[in-house]
Each structure stands twice: as structure tokens, then as C-alpha cells.
Design a protein around this ligand. Structure first.
Ligand SMILES: Nc1ncnc2c1ncn2[C@@H]1O[C@H](COP(=O)(O)OP(=O)(O)O)[C@@H](O)[C@H]1O
Ligand SMILES: [Mg+2]
Length: 325
């Protein structure tokens, strides 16, 4: 079942000088229950597309073409039916409210119910994102947590209202690489999936030692039966990133944006095996290149270099390979 369907979809931003296109001619279907990575360099329109899907485009945005949500029986409400997490977790948390109360209020605003029940649910969610009440997590304020912990809280706040889609806009980009792994692992656990061995970070970087930093994080023991997925196994994920390694860990499908256009889309396995667009090819080459190096800050530097390279001259012949999922 298609949850979202875009045909000839575009978004421009209006300012005094006129309209500036951010997305053009997007044809894309997002299937329910699938995990889509939205990949592209900085400024390619990823956040614009994420906001459009969530129904959260800013007031100065003008959209054209068609964006329908056939998988919803009713007009989905952002926050309730479509959960969002952003790059800066601090930005979505109120510094003056205890995190337990914030999550509880997020629940009540969307689903109603009694305050006490919502608070119990909030504590339960903090536990699921590995911030147990043992440490009085629910009674603390956002500044008492690290960046990675705040992102866990933001995830709890986004998921507590049981949305059917989670849109995560570069949720790990502001975090160090070890914390990134932990958040990606958490996302997979929350969705009832574990990282396939062949796609685990260990296979692309020398991060063996990272694993011990993840100890204490409640990943599923191998012989334990898979826990029932929180959202009936059907949670759809749209994961925005410019990091191909993260995309490969989370995605069933990949859509690649380049300068506001969808240049490639399809199953992750196929795109990563046989990329058509030069931008995706360059990203994949970097991934292999870095596979032989110690895992560290060099990776983000390398991505920044790729972002600043200009592939546009090669778009005309490559764009022919673009399809929609
Ligand atoms: N609120 C806005 N007002 C005006 N221009 C915007 C706004 N948001 C994004 N843009 C512009 O739209 C383009 C795409 O931006 P964005 O969707 O944020 O890309 P990405 O998330 O891939 O970095 C950029 O040129 C950006 O400057
Ligand atoms: Mg963005």
C-alpha cells in the first residue's frame, strides 16, 4: 500500500526577489512499512521533501504538482499520525519542562487521556529508548542530558503518540560517530529490526572498539524471540541523511536528490550494487575507500568534499537512469 504518492511534485520558496525552486518534478511512491533513506548533498531539498511529506512546509513555500497520502483513511495530522525528529534534538524539546512531562503532553495533545496514564506511558517510552527511570530520567530537564540522550528523548516524544510514519531529518548528523551508531541501532530496535551483519558498520570501518561503547545499550539478545514491534511492525520510516553508510543500515529503499531533483530511486540493494548517478557513485566509492581506514572524523570531512563537488555537468546522461520507487 502506498502511504505517499508524489507526481510532478515541486516546492519553491518565496521571498521579495521572487520564487526559488527547491524541489522540481518529483515522482516518488513511499510504501507503507518500508524504510526509505532520502539521500543527497546539503541543499538538495531533502528537508523540504521531508517537511512536505509531514505537511509542515513553512508559510513561504509554494508547492506544485501532486502529493497524495493514499495510505491514510483521513487527513493525517503532523505529530499524531506523522512523527518527526530533527537534526537538533534540543530544538524540539522545551528547556523548561521535565522530559517526562513533555513526552506525556505530546501524547495527550495527540491522543488525549488522563495525565497520570500519559506520564506512565512517557516513563515506559524513556525505558524503551534506554533512559530508564532508574536514573530519574523523566524528572530531569533537557539540559541534563547529552546530545545523543536528547535525541532519544525526541524519538520517545515523536513515537509516544503512535504515528504510522516517522520522518527523521538527519537525526544523527549533529552527533559523534559512536552516538550515531547507537541511535541507528535504537531506531532499528524500535522498528523490530536488527542490523544485518553484512550491512553493519563493522564491515565498512574499523569500528570494532565502538562496540564496547554500545554496551549497556539494551539491544536484543540473539536467542530472544523478536519483541513485538511497537507499532505492529508497520511503522514506515523516512530517514533523511547525507551519509550513505547510515542509509545502507536503515533503508529498504533509497531516493537520491540532487539539486532539487530526484535522480535515482529504488530498492537499496539494487542502487548500492549498480548506482547510475555520479553523485551516488561517488558516495559509494567513498564508502569503500573509508572501509580500509580507522573510523573517525575523516568520514564527515570526506562527505563535505563530495558535497562541494559539482556533478551537475554530468546530470543530463545520468538522469535517464532515474526512476521512482
Ligand atoms: N524556509 C526556507 N525559505 C527559503 N528557502 C529555503 C527554506 N528552506 C530551504 N530553503 C532553500 O531550499 C533549498 C533546499 O533546502 P533544504 O530542503 O533544506 O535542503 P537539504 O535538507 O537537502 O539540505 C536550499 O536552496 C535552501 O536554501
Ligand atoms: Mg536538511
Amino acid at each position: 500500500m502506498k502511504l505517499f504518492s508524489l507526481r510532478g511534485f515541486g516546492v519553491s520558496y518565496r521571498d521579495r526577489a521572487g520564487l526559488h525552486p527547491a524541489l522540481q518534478g518529483i515522482d516518488l511512491d513511499i510504501e507503507a512499512g518500508r524504510h526509505l533513506a532520502l539521500l543527497g548533498e546539503s541543499g538538495s531539498g531533502k528537508s523540504t521533501l521531508a517537511a512536505a511529506l509531514a505537511g509542515l512546509l513553512p508559510a513561504n513555500a509554494v508547492s506544485t504538482g501532486r502529493l497524495t497520502r493514499p495510505g491514510f483513511a483521513f487527513e493525517p495530522r503532523p505529530g499524531r499520525d506523522i512523527g518527526m525528529v530533527f537534526q537538533d534534538p534540543g530544538g524540539s524539546l522545551d528547556p523548561l519542562i521535565r522530559v517526562g512531562d513533555q513526552i506525556a503532553e505530546a501524547r495527550r495533545a495527540c491522543r488525549g487521556g488522563r495525565r497520570g496514564d500519559a506520564l506512565a506511558l512517557a516513563r515506559d517510552w524513556l525505558q524503551r529508548v534506554a533512559l530508564p527511570e532508574l536514573h530519574s530520567a523523566s524528572r530531569k530537564y533537557p539540559h541534563q542530558f547529552s546530545g545523543g540522550q536528547k535525541q532519544r528523548i525526541a524519538l520517545a516524544a515523536a513515537l509516544v503518540s503512535e504515528p504510522s510514519v516517522l520522518i527523521a531529518d538527519e537525526p544523527t548528523s549533529a552527533l559523534d560517530s559512536i552516538t550515531q551508531h547507537a541511535i541507528v541501532e535504537l531506531l532499528r530496535t524500535l522498528m523490530g529490526r536488527s542490523i544485518p551483519a553484512d550491512r553493519a558498520m563493522g564491515s565498512i570501518g574499523g569500528n570494532r572498539q565502538d562496540a564496547k561503547h554500545l554496551q549497556g545499550f539494551p539491544s536484543r539478545p540473539r536467542d530472544e524471540p523478536r519483541r513485538e514491534t511497537l507499532l505492529g511492525g508497520g511503522l514506515t520510516l523516512v530517514f533523511v541523511t547525507h551519509d550513505i553508510a547510515l542509509a545502507s543500515q536503515l533503508a529498504d529503499d533509497v531516493a537520491v536528490l540532487y539539486q532539487g531533483r530526484l535522480v535515482e530511486a529504488g530498492p537499496a540493494e539494487r542502487l548500492f550494487r549498480a548506482p547510475a548517478h555520479p553523485y551516488l557513485k561517488a558516495l559509494l566509492a567513498t564508502r569503500q575507500e573509508l572501509g580500509n581506514q580507522a573510523f573517525g572524523g575523516s568520514r564527515s570531512r570526506r562527505f563535505a568534499e563530495i558535497d562541494s563537488r559539482d556533478f551537475s555537468v554530468r546530470i543530463p546522461q545520468a538522469a535517464g537512469g532515474a526512476g521512482h520507487g
